[in-house]
Design a protein around this ligand. Structure first.
Ligand SMILES: Nc1nc2c(ncn2[C@@H]2O[C@H](COP(=O)(O)OP(=O)(O)OP(=O)(O)O)[C@@H](O)[C@H]2O)c(=O)[nH]1
Ligand SMILES: [Mg+2]
Length: 364
């Protein structure tokens, strides 16, 4: 199952606009079809210059970028945790995601209605985060009263669960998200089984107008301040502009971006930020047929990385020849990388690094 990032926020703040731009954008120099799995889930290619740079040196027949999934979730309103506005259903959709991109409206436009009447990003953030917190509180309280009854039997497993639930309760009651609770390695799986909304990593997307794009505005300053208090990232994006850019062919797009003084679409920054939020890294396979990028969780060992290509590669894993794409860029050819002794043979315990180029040897 690929990891995904849910797009969350109040109604009418630009979530679908951003999602649609993400999923309809025409791929740069790559043949992977952008596609929407269902109206709410979209596969998005992860832009990566390294793929094109490897291809320039290896001249493959085809180039395949890696992808990640975004999920467009309907707007949450105050009271969602109590079932307002189909609240429970939408919270269920958020529960199924691995990370949250929280879209906050940071643009003025009298034509676009704001559900709370006025533009106030901090107030908006509080509404959403409070609903997520209340939903978690409900989950943890229910679980806690069950576990407390069971704890009378002195089962150490249940006791451990109660201890975790109490830590979580204390944080949630103090208005702190579950992700801020420090847990031991033994406690973590217990908390994970609760699928809490506030334990998911979160970043903020400040949806700004064109004027606010490069230097921000008073709204984004407030969001950035709030985000930094919680250790979260903020990505500034102009949803309206992104949807225009997404319609352009790659060549036109470059011209348009440079005319605006931009290096890349804001969407690229969002995709990269979400990728990092999910703790994902990329490795490459590179041959004359195909140069391809693959996604793994940071910390994955070589057999697990091989398993992303095919489960047989993982089962029959023998070794991986590996070198860093940076070494290829610095030296200009695979031959030169070999001559310098930078091509290594790695075994089952090798932890794959971002940017590695790997060749797997396996038994079938
Ligand atoms: N001016 C301006 N309008 C925008 C921008 N992004 C989105 N909008 C407008 O805001 C309105 C709501 O956008 P949506 O993307 O549908 O909002 P949403 O968050 O998906 O809304 P729900 O699905 O109802 O929760 C639309 O009329 C968009 O055209 C932007 O960057 N600038
Ligand atoms: Mg929408």
């Amino acid at each position: 199952m690929p990891l995904n990032c849910g797009i969350v926020g109040l109604p009418n703040v630009g979530k679908s606009t951003i999602f649609n731009a993400l999923t309809s954008a025409k791929a740069q120099a790559a043949n992977y079809p952008f596609c929407t799995i269902d109206p709410n889930t979209g596969v998005v290619t992860v832009p990566d210059d390294r793929l094109t740079r490897i291809a320039e040196l290896i001249h493959p027949k085809s180039l395949v970028p890696t992808t990640m999934e975004f999920i467009d979730i309907a707007g949450l309103v105050a009271g969602a945790s109590k079932g307002e506005g189909l609240g429970n259903q939408f919270l269920g959709h958020i529960r199924a995601t691995d990370a949250i991109a929280h879209v906050v409206r940071c643009f003025d436009d009298p034509e676009v209605v704001h559900v709370a009447g006025a533009i106030n990003p901090l107030h908006d953030i509080d509404i959403i985060n409070t609903e997520l917190l209340l939903a978690d509180l409900d989950t943890v309280e229910k679980r806690h009263s069950k576990a407390e009854k069971a704890a009378k039997s002195n089962d150490p497993k249940v006791k451990a669960e109660v201890a975790v639930l109490q830590k979580l309760l204390a944080a949630l009651n103090a208005g702190k998200p579950a992700r801020t609770v420090e847990l031991t390695p033994e406690e973590k799986p217990i908390a994970r089984d609760l699928f809490l909304l506030t334990s998911k990593p979160q970043l903020y997307v400040a949806n700004v107008d064109e004027a606010g794009l490069s230097n921000g505005n008073a709204y984004t300053a407030a969001v950035e301040q709030r985000a930094s208090e919680g250790g979260s990232q903020v990505v500034r994006i102009c949803g309206a502009l992104e949807s225009e850019i997404a319609q352009l062919e790659p060549a036109e797009r470059d011209e348009f971006l440079s005319s605006m003084g931009l290096e890349e679409p804001g969407l690229n920054r969002l995709i990269h930020a979400a990728y990092r939020l999910l703790d994902l890294i990329t490795y490459f396979t590179a041959g004359v047929q195909e140069v391809r990028a693959w996604t793994i969780r940071r910390g994955t060992k070589a057999p697990g990385a091989a398993g992303v290509i095919h489960s047989d590669f993982e089962k029959g894993f023998i070794k991986a020849d590996a070198y860093a794409s940076d070494d290829l860029f610095a030296l200009g050819s695979e031959q030169a990388v070999k001559e310098k002794g930078l091509l290594r043979s790695e075994g089952k315990e090798y932890v794959v690094k971002d940017g590695d180029i790997l060749f797997f040897k396996f038994n079938v």
